[in-house]
Design a protein around this ligand. Structure first.
Ligand code: PAF
Length: 282
């Protein structure tokens, strides 16, 4: 496995691979890799001749400096896991390499970008689109892999691909959970041992709400999930939205869509750590 820090070095290697007709898969990450990322890399390795994993904590998608500074980073550990999964190239650029000049492009795809994370993290999806579009231009992958944990991000990336008119296939990979149900996330590394014990209650409440939903309205289900989670000391819901899984717009009845998903963001602990998760109702 080769590790590149310079765009030109990576592109030279990719040029050689393409000359041999090889197909390229891209797994964009911000590092602090875990089993969820490993599953994305495994999917790409199975589908493509060459897998590129990018490791870059993208400053333009953070609206909070403390969140950016405290984001876990460990390139050596990341490279070890990526190599174990059988990927070919790691692309770990500096901020200056990715953004030699400030990126002034503005991406907005309402209504998909205006709800949930878009409403609560101003500029977040603009930053995601800036970095992902740059990665697409640099790597020119046939396929790119994203985790369903970031449900809304996948919908935004699909809008981006349409907007850019590029032919990359977006491959959605299922969420990976710990045995107790906690969704795998790089941010879990920031949880104290006490916080790690309460965090699985997020998915526990979401899961039990699927039974509740069978005999209650969308509004009642929505309110119960928030009440149950907020009742646990150390957890505080930022938002919970029950939405059409494709358009991400709120539904008001279980008949409003064929495909309904509950998306949640919860603050855990004193610092606090922001955790996201979702549940499929239909
Ligand atoms: O999902 C992430 O880790 C990031 O948002 C991504 C897609 C790597 C862009 O920085």
């Amino acid at each position: 496995m080769k590790v590149f820090h310079k765009i030109s070095d990576l592109q030279n290697e990719l040029f050689l691979a393409r000359k041999e007709g090889k197909k390229v898969g891209l797994v964009p990450t911000m590092g602090a890799l875990h089993a969820g990322h490993a599953s994305l890399v495994n999917h790409s390795v199975a589908d493509n001749d060459i897998t590129v994993v990018s490791v870059f904590v993208n400053p333009t998608q953070f609206n909070d400096k403390n969140d950016l500074n405290s984001y876990p980073r460990d390139l050596d550990a990341d490279c070890k896991l990526i190599e174990e999964c059988g990927a070919d190239f790691v692309f770990a650029p500096s901020v200056e390499e990715m953004y030699p000049t400030p990126d002034n492009r503005h991406f907005d795809f309402p209504p998909v970008t205006s709800v949930m994370e878009g409403a609560h993290r101003s500029g977040h999806f603009n930053g995601v689109c800036q970095v992902v579009s740059r990665l697409f231009y640099i790597v020119r992958p046939e396929r790119a892999y994203f985790g369903e944990k970031d449900w809304q991000q996948i919908a935004v990336i699909k809008c981006l691909v349409k907007y850019l008119g590029i032919s990359v296939q977006i491959v959605e990979c299922p969420i990976v959970r710990d045995e107790d149900g906690l969704a795998r996330s790089s941010r879990n590394a920031l949880l104290s041992s006490d916080e790690r014990v309460i965090a699985p209650n997020i998915f526990k409440s979401l899961k039990s709400s699927t039974d509740y939903a069978k005999k209650h309205t969308v509004e009642q289900t929505h309110d119960k999930v928030i009440k149950d989670i907020n009742a646990i000391d150390g957890l505080e819901v930022e938002y919970f939205s029950i939405v059409d899984g494709n358009t991400l717009q709120d539904v008001s009845s279980w008949d409003d869509s064929q495909y309904i998903v509950g998306c949640i963001t919860v603050y855990c602990g004193k610092k606090p750590v922001r955790l996201i998760d979702h549940i499929k109702y239909k």
